[in-house]
Design a protein around this ligand. Structure first.
Ligand code: ADP
Ligand code: MG
Length: 374
């Protein structure tokens, strides 16, 4: 092998689910020390492709060459042995265990918790990924959980690190920190396969991009030489229409109202909903903003009736009941889809269910106000 050989070459890789081709004859090359973007709309086949590269899915046909040599990547352990690490879109962590214990579970060899803790602490310092090995996963933010996955991958000293939509769960500040880590990995000569559909981000950090549409490669380029419009065209196969706001549409009657919703956590790791109020009018699109894991899931479970109230009644069926502190009320119907104003529920893990309303068009915070959080 010479260094002119790409680190990874994918040739005609196809994955069929029944007769459906999620990946259809994909060709892709990743060079040494490059950050390579894999772009594509939802359902384009990005995750399926990287699952094949990490030995989670078996290809239907085609081959993968690693440093010029064809390899059968039959399992994640086989991928790790080659030098491929992966950070998944959906984390695979046990909430009740500590950071170090979670890392231990993913290692192929037996290493003591003390040794893992020490190595994880060293790596987190070296790559700017602050992490306490003794912390319980349940107490960590989504960004911190992602750092566990990255440190876990780095412990195997990979030559190629695959990140599947890593910034979809991060705040802009956390994303900036992640990019610093990726630049450090690149400076060390490691390669990164970076999945995203955020074009600005790809232009900012990636050296090359391969674009997928309906399981096929539709383009390969240096994203820095493209515009968001040309990249979007490769992704969707045509001009992307500009979405216009219809600010003149009058807001109608209140369709959904939540007043002082308080729900105790169902499990030791669930969020508590505390005194939460908001309303949605006809002709309004309501945004629930906040970092994942701050009660959004619990709120939607409550609205769908999956989560019952203190008196064991599904929340959604408790419509038009009397309201007051620590009680619940809802009058539900489907909101129409015409953006006018939006109310954002902004929460943090430590300051629960504080609601602030704002207009996303101006991003000026208005609240807490009588529309939300009153
Ligand atoms: P992306 O990551 O680009 O959003 P995916 O690779 O997850 O796309 O999915 C590509 C297509 O393959 C989608 O249409 C998806 O529904 C389908 N698909 C993915 N996994 C499976 C599966 N296990 N069985 C059947 N279809 C699947
Ligand atoms: Mg995906």
């Amino acid at each position: 092998m010479t260094n002119t050989e790409p680190l990874l070459a994918v040739e005609g890789l196809t994955k069929l689910f029944g007769s459906f081709a999620a990946c259809d004859g994909i060709d892709l090359e990743i060079g040494h020390g490059e950050i390579h973007a894999l772009l594509g709309e939802n359902g384009a086949g990005k995750s399926t492709l990287v699952k094949m590269l990490f030995g989670i899915l078996a290809p239907s046909s085609g081959r993968v060459c690693w440093k010029g040599k064809p390899e059968d990547i039959v399992s994640p352990a086989a991928a790790r042995r080659l030098g491929i690490g992966m950070v998944f879109q959906h984390f695979s962590l046990f909430e009740a265990l500590t950071v170090a214990e979670n890392i231990a579970l993913a290692l192929d060899e037996n290493v003591s918790i003390d040794e893992i803790s020490q190595k994880a602490a060293e790596l987190s310092r070296a790559y700017g990924l602050p992490l306490d090995p003794a912390a319980h996963v349940a107490d960590l933010s989504v960004g911190e959980r992602q750092r566990i996955e990255i440190v876990r991958a780095l412990l195997q000293n990979p030559k190629l690190i695959i990140l599947d939509e890593p910034t979809s769960v991060l705040t802009p500040q956390e994303a900036d920190k992640l990019f610093e880590t990726l630049f450090k990995l690149k400076a060390e000569g490691r390669s990164v396969l970076y999945i995203s559909h955020r074009l600005e981000e790809v232009q900012r950090i990636c050296d090359r991009a391969t674009v997928l549409r309906h399981g096929k490669v539709t383009g390969a380029c240096d994203p820095r030489g493209e515009t968001p419009a040309t990249l979007a065209r490769m992704m969707v196969g045509g001009e992307v229409a500009t979405v216009m706001r219809d600010d003149d549409a009058p807001a109608g009657d209140v369709q959904l109202e939540i007043r002082n919703l308080t729900l105790r956590p169902r499990t030791p790791f669930a969020m508590e909903l505390k005194n939460l109020s908001l309303s949605v009018r006809a002709g309004e699109v309501l945004a629930i903003a906040g970092v994942a894991g701050n009660g959004q899931g619990e709120l939607f479970d409550a609205l769908s009736g999956e989560y019952t109230t203190e008196d064991n009644e599904p929340f959604a069926s408790a419509a038009a009941r009397s309201v007051g502190p620590a009680s619940t009320a809802a009058a539900c119907s489907a909101p129409a889809s015409c953006p006018k104003n939006a109310t954002a529920m902004v929460q943090s893990r430590r300051c629960r269910s504080r609601t602030i309303s704002c207009s996303p068009a101006t991003s000026r915070m208005r609240g807490p106000s009588s529309r939300a959080g009153s």
